[in-house]
Write a protein that binds this ligand. Structure first.
Ligand code: PSV
Ligand code: MN
Ligand code: MN
Length: 420
């Protein structure tokens, strides 16, 4: 923290000038800064190492080899930006064998456990049944049962860590016409999810994630928000839809989906990432920052209409993969992009937008949105970090202090983190 102080001191004068300028022009600046301080984004444990594609994986140095090291990586991010105070685990990529010590390590750094994720898209060594033809949808009850039990076990791990959410993403679907009876696959999935749902503790949520395609290329059983919403509605009020930004067909209007799910009280949370083509899992905001802003615009409008607490009522998580960047640098960029879109959305003049809409003043409506989007909100984010003890420029200090080099000295050059 002495280093953060020194870093901040060196940038302070310039920051104050930029922040003061914004404060003079934005009446809600103080309110936005407080909201930014409260907003936390969960880091996925599987994104702390270099990912890869099916064509190769180029692991980087100093990657975390254990769950403890992953928590320390998230703690490092959180120390720098004060906005990454949560981690999302994927089981069995991470198995918290000693939950008490894992939990106290996380507590020590102010990290909480966000949603726990099950994995029935890969076979694990020694597993009795195979998921080659699906898991919760499978034609064979024995396979479904194994997948159900795995999910219940994930809930148990989550309880031990103090999480309160299970995210279910299924690779289930089919690769060729005729392979699957859609109705039976859906009903099997529903029945399996109902058994998992019955095992949820009273204060838990289940998030049902959808994805258009991949690994199945003809049909996916939870392939879009309609199918997820149908399942979540049938399951009950602890079940919600999870929106992963990369899981749509190109040009889908994601912000409209978000608006309607919120309206129905069925939006559970996000997997943030960005993409040019498919489920590219790129850095948030790196390709379509305007879309991200429009999504946050709907979130702020819809959550305010329902009087929801922005920071607490939805699961804000990143789901990204890094092939060419340092994962920690990439995650700092992603968190920054999310908060930037949030700040821009908070800037939108809701009253004027409402009137422009009522008067069908299309030009004015666009101007209002783009005024907010084109405002440089970075000093608001920096001020939020400054006030909460973080660094004015997290990426800058990460590089200046050569933090990856320190991690590499501790962990070695040839390290491969578990995950995809
Ligand atoms: C599937 O593409 C997905 O988005 C799900 O959230 C999985 O849990 C995750 O990626 C695995 O990387
Ligand atoms: Mn995802
Ligand atoms: Mn994905």
């Amino acid at each position: 923290s002495g280093s953060i102080q020194a870093h901040n001191d060196s940038l302070l004068k310039d920051h104050v000038r930029r922040f003061d300028f914004l404060r003079e022009n934005i009446p809600a600046a103080e309110d936005i800064v407080s909201k930014l301080i409260a907003f936390q984004v969960a880091i996925p444990s599987w994104a702390l190492g270099t990912g890869g594609t099916r064509f190769g994986r180029f692991s980087g140095p100093g990657e975390p080899g254990t769950l403890e090291e992953k928590i320390l990586d998230v703690a490092l991010l959180h120390q720098l930006n004060r906005s990454s105070g949560a981690i999302s685990l994927h089981i069995p990529w991470d198995i918290p064998d000693h939950p008490d010590s894992i939990r106290s390590l996380a507590d020590k750094y102010g990290i909480r456990f966000d949603a726990v994720n099950s994995n029935t898209f890969q076979d694990q060594p020694g597993q009795a049944q195979s998921y080659k033809f699906g898991s919760l949808q499978h034609v064979d009850k024995a396979v479904r049962k194994q997948a159900i039990e795995h999910n219940i076990e994930v809930i148990r791990h989550g309880v031990a860590l103090g999480s309160n959410t299970l995210t279910v993403w299924l690779a289930d679907g089919s690769c060729f016409p005729g392979q699957l009876n859609f109705r039976r696959a859906f009903l099997n999935t529903l029945e399996s999810l109902q058994e998992i749902y019955a095992a949820l503790p009273a204060d838990w949520k289940m998030l049902v994630e959808y994805k258009a395609y991949e690994p199945n290329f003809y049909s996916t059983t939870v392939g879009d928000w309609g199918q997820s919403h149908l399942l979540a509605s049938k399951l009950g009020n602890k079940a919600y839809t999870l929106v992963d930004l990369g899981h749509h067909h190109p040009n889908t209007n994601i912000e409209q989906i978000v608006s309607l799910l919120l309206m129905e009280g069925k939006l559970g949370g996000f997997h943030f990432n960005d993409s040019k083509y498919g489920d590219d899992d790129l850095t948030v905001g790196s390709i379509k920052p305007y879309q991200l802003f429009l999504i946050f615009n709907e979130l702020v409008e819809g959550m305010d209409a329902r009087k929801m607490d922005h920071a607490l009522e939805l699961a804000w998580m990143i789901d990204a993969s890094h092939n060419v960047k340092d994962p920690l640098e990439d995650l700092l960029q992603s968190v920054e992009a999310i908060l930037l879109a949030y700040a821009q959305a908070l800037l939108v003049d809701r009253q004027s937008l409402y009137h422009a809409q009522q008067e069908n003043d299309v030009v004015k409506a666009q101007e209002i949105l783009q005024d907010a989007f084109r405002t440089d909100c970075r000093p608001l984010l920096a001020e939020a970090r400054l006030r909460s003890g973080g660094a004015l420029h997290p990426l800058g200090i990460f590089r200046d202090m050569q933090l990856r080099r320190t991690l590499t000295e501790q962990r070695g050059i040839h390290t491969v983190a578990t995950g995809l």
